[in-house]
Design a protein around this ligand. Structure first.
Ligand SMILES: C[S@@+](CC[C@H](N)C(=O)[O-])C[C@H]1O[C@@H](n2cnc3c(N)ncnc32)[C@H](O)[C@@H]1O
Length: 211
């Protein structure tokens, strides 16, 4: 089992794999009518998954923590549709082709989503191990969960553009041992966007894949 900080991934897959990922995500973004920024972020997330799995994604199961939602969160107020569950939607829509399975979790509204999901507050003690069996997933992702403004509001009732290091650490302490339980022995926990007070612009730079 490995914990991987996706911010530190400096090398992505070969250019052929990048080209296919680029096309697939672009096609999806076009049909979903999402903004170029959403597409760019989605491409970065998909490339990170391909990268940590060494492109061997066939039949793999992903749990996407803080997958994004359609409302009831600080993200929706501050960023509109930017943090809807694009990655989970993308994988679900292309599930046959990508041969990846997806399950999304978020505190916000996921009611009308088609991909398998659960509305859950991850700050609740044992939230994961109460809902999933041991050795359930090949990869658990948490893209910008640890610097979520909703996390800061829930933890310290503070309204910020990003979560602080304190609330990020608190969530990591609650989750890390549970993640180890529900990941398969060779599984990977891939995250990026740890808690820090940064400006929205600086944060947006973190979305950009290094290719
Ligand atoms: C910045 S958004 C990122 C969404 C998506 N992963 C992405 O990268 O586009 C962070 C998400 O984490 C969710 N979140 C924050 N605190 C949470 C908690 N305690 N439990 C579950 N989800 C939480 C928020 O509701 C929000 O949808």
């Amino acid at each position: 089992m490995k914990f991987v900080d996706g911010d530190n991934i400096s090398r992505y897959a070969s250019s052929e794999v990048y080209k296919t990922a680029n096309e697939k995500t672009k096609e999806f973004a076009k049909s979903a009518g999402c903004s170029p920024l959403v597409w760019w972020s989605l491409l970065g997330q998909y490339m990170r998954v391909l990268n940590v799995l060494n492109q061997d994604i066939k039949g793999k199961s992903i749990l996407d923590l803080g997958c994004g939602s359609n409302g009831g969160t600080e993200e929706k107020i501050k960023y509109g549709s930017l943090y809807e569950p694009w990655f989970s939607r993308f994988v679900y829509q292309n599930i046959q082709e990508l041969k990846l399975n997806i399950f999304g979790i978020d505190k916000g509204d996921l009611e009308r989503e088609e991909f398998p999901h659960m509305q859950l507050n991850l700050l609740e003690e044992k939230a994961l191990i109460n809902n999933f069996k041991k050795n359930s997933f090949d990869i658990i992702t948490a893209f910008r969960l640890f610097n979520s403004p909703e996390l800061e509001k829930e933890t310290y009732n503070r309204i910020e553009y990003n979560a602080s290091k304190e609330s990020s650490d608190k969530l990591m302490n609650i989750l890390s041992w549970q993640i180890k339980e529900i990941l398969k022995p060779e599984g990977i926990f891939l995250y990026y966007g740890v808690g820090e007070e940064v400006s929205p612009n600086k944060n947006i730079n973190k979305l950009l894949p290094v290719l």
